[in-house]
Design a protein around this ligand. Structure first.
Ligand SMILES: C[S@@+](CC[C@H](N)C(=O)[O-])C[C@H]1O[C@@H](n2cnc3c(N)ncnc32)[C@H](O)[C@@H]1O
Length: 226
């Protein structure tokens, strides 16, 4: 699991680098990850050409493709929906959607507890990350400890995606609504589980949400040299 958790760093360092050279705009990634020149874990660089730019153009396609589909879902449901980002790592989509006035009723993020603890630490210590959460929060005081944060519109929790019973229990504690149209996002996550484990996760989603869509982006031939 430690190597799998390491892919969170790989993804965010690569995204930050692509942002720094102008592939897309993300004012928030800088608060989650140090600046780096280059990096590479074989699977994460799926589609990499020998030339450096090819690698980042694949990230461009990945980030744009995923956010294009998410926005289409939000527009179709007029934001009366929930989004569950599975294996979200240091993803910044919540903050970018808030800037575009496109927040769903609730945006959930799930990752291993250690990754979640790191993300919460960044959120707590960096006002550009914590302010949007506070601004979109209403009602009772916001729940926050080292492994979970629950506000009205944004929630992050530590769970192992290979155990859907535990995942569901934690999501429900954070206000998951089984009746809302639900968008599940898995961006470069299922590839780190066995086919059986990801099938179980998708089966859980299919039996839990009457109206749901899944956006999945995965690397293929992850063990190959490319
Ligand atoms: C390659 S990173 C992608 C992160 C993010 N989705 C992105 O695209 O920037 C894979 C993420 O999935 C998480 N992950 C993989 N297997 C998991 C599991 N069984 N339970 C919880 N999180 C998992 C890792 O910790 C890591 O943050």
């Amino acid at each position: 699991d430690e190597a799998v958790r390491g892919t969170c760093e790989d993804a965010s360092v690569c995204k930050r680098f692509a942002v720094s050279v102008g592939y897309w705009k993300d004012p928030y990634i800088q608060y989650f990850v140090r600046q780096a020149k280059e990096r590479k874990a074989p699977e994460i660089n799926r589609g990499k050409l020998e030339q450096g730019w090819g690698h980042h153009s694949c990230y461009y396609a990945r980030v744009h493709g995923v956010s294009y589909l998410i926005k289409a879902f939000l527009e179709k449901t007029e934001c009366n929906c929930q989004v569950i980002n599975l294996g979200a790592g240091m993803d910044t989509l919540f903050w970018r959607l808030k800037d575009e006035n496109l927040l769903p009723r609730k945006y959930f993020e799930v990752d291993f507890p250690m990754i979640v603890a790191r993300k919460i630490h960044n959120i707590k210590s960096k006002p550009p990350l914590s302010k949007p959460i506070m601004e979109s929060h209403s009602g009772d005081s916001l729940l926050i400890d080292s492994h979970s944060l629950d506000s009205s519109r944004y929630s992050i929790l530590g769970a192992d995606l290979r155990c859907s019973a535990d995942l569901e229990e934690k999501l429900r504690k954070h206000g998951l609504d089984g009746h809302l149209p639900t968008l599940l996002v898995a961006e470069c996550v299922l590839v780190y589980m066995t086919p059986q484990q990801s099938a179980n996760l998708l089966r859980w989603a299919a039996s839990t949400f009457p109206v749901a869509m899944v956006i999945n982006y995965e690397q293929v031939k992850a063990k190959g040299h490319f």
